[in-house]
Design a protein around this ligand. Structure first.
Ligand code: ATP
Length: 230
């Protein structure tokens, strides 16, 4: 069993089909060094989420290799791999419970103090403080009583508490007010500091900040570089 990933990731000639017929990823080749932020961009249906699905081993690639710290991802225990890779979704799973319980999700051993610290680092503490019962405010299932941006802040707090080594971020597509957006960017910077991260990017600011941009189109990596290169 592994304690931590450094976060070097390599996709070597990776191909994949969901149905053994239509190739969804073709010849995907790239490497990310530990600590880099990689932005995945491309039209809807191009294969960005599929790349993440393979990295998380929700599916196994048909050919090629995915290496994490130089070792084939299939040679890690699935449980270890999933634990060491954190995901921040634009619509995270929120259950009916308090803000605190929702952040604690997946880290049942965390103390109240640890949760508040994680929320502060995530830049979520500000909005939580303004809720009717702060950390004890009830969230309805699906989070229908908080905004999309606030959901993402809670998801960042969860990920900070989970302390994974590699991060996957699905940036929100919906409009988020400027103030919340600033907090999200702050929280994401704290979350990803020193860690390899993959961002399904929709914000120009994120793309500008990325160390590498991978442009995916029809399952192929058509361009690769940083914002200045492309
Ligand atoms: P979006 O920006 O809309 O999320 P994406 O770039 O992430 O798009 P993918 O979700 O990776 O694209 O989808 C790539 C292709 O694979 C699409 O044609 C999609 O219909 C197909 N696809 C995705 N998931 C599945 C699945 N579970 N079974 C079959 N086909 C799938």
């Amino acid at each position: 069993s592994i304690s931590k990933f450094l976060g070097d990731i390599e996709f070597s000639d990776v191909e994949f089909s969901y149905d053994n017929e239509k190739k969804i990823l073709k010849n995907i080749d790239f490497s990310a060094s530990a600590g880099e932020m990689i932005a995945l961009v491309g039209p809807t249906g191009s294969g960005k989420t599929t790349i993440i699905n393979l990295l998380m081993r929700f599916y196994d690639n048909d050919s090629g290799e995915i290496l994490i710290d130089g070792k084939n991802s299939r040679d890690y225990k699935l449980r270890d791999l999933r634990k060491r890779i954190g995901i921040v979704l634009q619509d995270p799973y929120l259950f009916s419970g308090t803000v605190m319980e929702n952040i604690r999700y997946g880290r049942l051993d965390a103390t109240d103090e640890e949760i508040i610290q994680a929320a502060k680092t995530a830049s979520a503490h500000g909005f939580i403080k303004h809720l009717p019962a702060q950390y004890h405010t009830m969230i309805t299932a699906g989070g229908s009583n908080i905004s999309q941006g606030q959901k993402q802040l809670l998801s960042i707090a969860r990920a900070i508490l989970a302390d994974a080594d590699i991060l996957i971020l699905d940036e929100a597509t919906s409009n988020i007010d400027t103030r919340t957006e600033v907090e999200i960017q702050k929280g994401l910077r704290n979350l990803t500091k020193g860690k390899t991260s993959f961002v399904i990017a929709h914000r120009l600011r994120t793309i500008e900040r990325a160390d590498q941009i991978l442009v995916i189109k029809d399952g192929e990596l058509i361009e690769q570089g940083n914002h200045a290169d492309l």
